[in-house]
Write a protein that binds this ligand. Structure first.
Ligand code: DGL
Length: 263
């Protein structure tokens, strides 16, 4: 799995909850974080470099745990690599099915919202509702610095979500894998009847389904019965390993048992 930073852990924890025996190898591309303001071609180059590294480490499946990288690179990754590749996309489809007001709001990075892929997603799955988008520059950096609830962060969230609420949205899609870590902060500032949706558990289900199509892989990975096996997780970063090792357990405590290294 990879992401521009540690946001993809919001997806990884869902995969681990469903498939606790599967070894996981995660790359935080922290030296290039955030991806959200970068050109698609640069994001594609990063995605291919990281996928090449993971394939060389004998990955059986690749999860692009980043909406921005999925939008920019999933097609070219699937052209170059033969292993199963699962990507993220903002949960526009379930949001369109859920809304009662007929308006859904999407918080994501500028790069994820700007691409043709997002446009196609809306046309395909949300043509009957109004979709209001809001790029949120700076939020990824806040999560990467461990800020999940400062007054400044709450003010940022208030200003981003006000835009969506004023347009009538009753469902808010978290279209960036960093944002689920801001759910507690969002719950503090949003009216109780607003539904927040992210894609982590749907992607975990997809990973499970793809693995069940390859029973040999599951058989080789399943250890003898154990109630809760220790997590088998290696986190590499192109950034500063001590920072990542300190930050990761703040986002998801289970990573305290992970192996960390630089890339
Ligand atoms: N977690 C990435 C995503 O889902 C963040 C992108 C960024 O680094 O700006 O889009």
């Amino acid at each position: 799995m990879f992401d521009s930073g540690l946001g993809g852990l919001s997806v990884l924890r869902e995969i681990h909850a469903r498939l606790p025996h599967i070894p996981l190898h995660y790359i935080a591309d922290s030296a290039w974080c955030p991806y959200g303001g970068r050109e698609p071609e640069e994001i594609r180059r990063r995605a291919h470099a990281l996928a090449t590294h993971l394939v060389a480490r004998h990955a059986h499946m690749l999860v692009v745990a980043c909406n921005t990288a999925t939008m920019a690179a999933i097609d070219s990754l699937r052209t170059e690599f033969t292993l199963p590749i699962i990507g993220m996309e903002p949960a526009v489809k379930p949001a369109a099915a859920h809304t009662r007001s007929g308006v859904i709001g999407v918080l994501a990075t500028g790069a994820a919202l700007a691409g043709e892929k997002f446009h196609q997603l809306v046309t395909r799955h949300a043509a009957s509702v109004k979709v209001v988008t809001r790029p949120c520059p700076g939020l990824v950096e806040r999560v990467e610095s461990g800020d999940l609830g400062s007054p400044d962060l709450l003010a940022d969230l208030e200003s981003h979500t006000r835009h969506l609420l004023c347009a009538g949205a009753d469902v808010i899609v978290l279209g960036c894998t960093h944002y689920p870590f801001l759910r507690p902060a969002l719950s503090r500032i949003l009216p109780a009847d607003i539904t927040i949706i992210d894609t982590g558990s749907a992607v975990a289900r997809q990973v499970e389904n793809r693995l069940s199509e390859a029973p040999a892989l599951i058989a080789t990975q399943a250890p003898p019965a154990a109630d809760s096996p220790p997590i088998d997780l290696h986190i590499e970063t192109t950034g500063d390993p001590p920072h990542i090792q300190t930050l990761a357990p703040k986002l998801w405590p289970a990573t305290a048992a992970a192996k960390f290294s630089g890339l």
